[in-house]
Design a protein around this ligand. Sequence first.
Ligand code: AMP
Length: 394
Amino acid sequence: MQGVTARPGDRLGLIGGGQLGRMFTQASMSMGFRVAVLDPDPDCPAAQVGAQPILGRWDDPAAIDALASLCSHVTVEFENVPARALFRLQKHGVLTRPGWQGLWVSQNRIREKRFLSSLGVPLPRWGVVRSERDLAGVAVEVGFPMILKTASEGYDGKGQTKVHEAPALAEAWAKLGRRPCVAESVVPFHAELSIIAARDIHGNLAYYGPMWNHHTNHILDWTIHPAPFGPVTTVEARGIARKVVEALDHVGLMTVELFLTGDGDLVVNELAPRPHNSGHWTIEGATTSQFEQQARILAGMSVGDTGADKPACMANLLGDVWAGGDPDWAGALANDRGVKLHLYGKAEPKTGRKMGHLTVLDDDPRQALARVVAVRNSLSSRGLSACSGDPIQP
Ligand code: AMP
């Protein structure tokens, strides 16, 4: 067994080299660590900023063994890494943070809902669909409108469909490939929130948020920190996150996505056992960024201070920004010198693909939002419809 702590100069291991892995690599390297990344793409975003690539799929035994030969501490950038990959690493004496439990629970919506129910945290009404026979049952238990979501492999609204009435249910399930699904009631939410809990090997906890998140077409559009919903919401959101990480004995970051209803109640949407898009503002906005936090926890250090001096707003840059041709980066950034640009080094700007983000800190959170959106709009000659809803009234 290796030591419980890694030291600057050591190589930290990462499974998945997308944008989250890239920002983890940057934060790790600024603390003096090296990074090795397991990813099928030799030019993945994490490798571009200096992580040593190990080519392979997440569960490729030879690639896992290669990672284990280079690193004694390994983390993941996303939850769909199969648990058997972590078991194989553990057989080599590698410490994985988080452990397999958080991944196992969050990579399947049925398991996730069961786990959250067992903790007594508030959820939408929900049921399980595994066969045609289950449809009548969920129609009664869950009611309409409902959302059917495939139990695994769905994200950003993929693998889910809204169903308005009982006669449409069988066809909706068929469209999802008759795969195991959860059916959940549509929550008439006032706002979407997230909270990120960070828990170290000693059980110390720190939190980012709650953040206020606005989605367009099921994809995160912008995030404001702090969420303007008062201290009771903050205490409750943190209490839910704490229950989750302590029940799992989770070591690492855990994001809890929540709905806030018009009555002020919180309802849990889903979990992500990792840094989250809604935490990207922490790079400029918090004493310890979420990625630095991930590296610190992986290395066995204590959680860092999550304090934030100023309100922040982050807006995503999707491939849509390229629709009118190459964005005018220099012109847009010259419009507001306080806006920070992050691009992830992805070659193909497809519609809906997360290519980068913008962050601004401002004493007035609404002004922060107005500023990032203005810069984003000025990037594309076509103009963007991405900022929908009323950003000014929570
Ligand atoms: P998910 O992939 O489950 O996070 O869903 C993506 C987005 O769909 C969420 O951020 C919400 O905007 C919306 N959504 C998902 N589930 C529900 C629900 N039960 N009620 C209302 N909106 C939902």
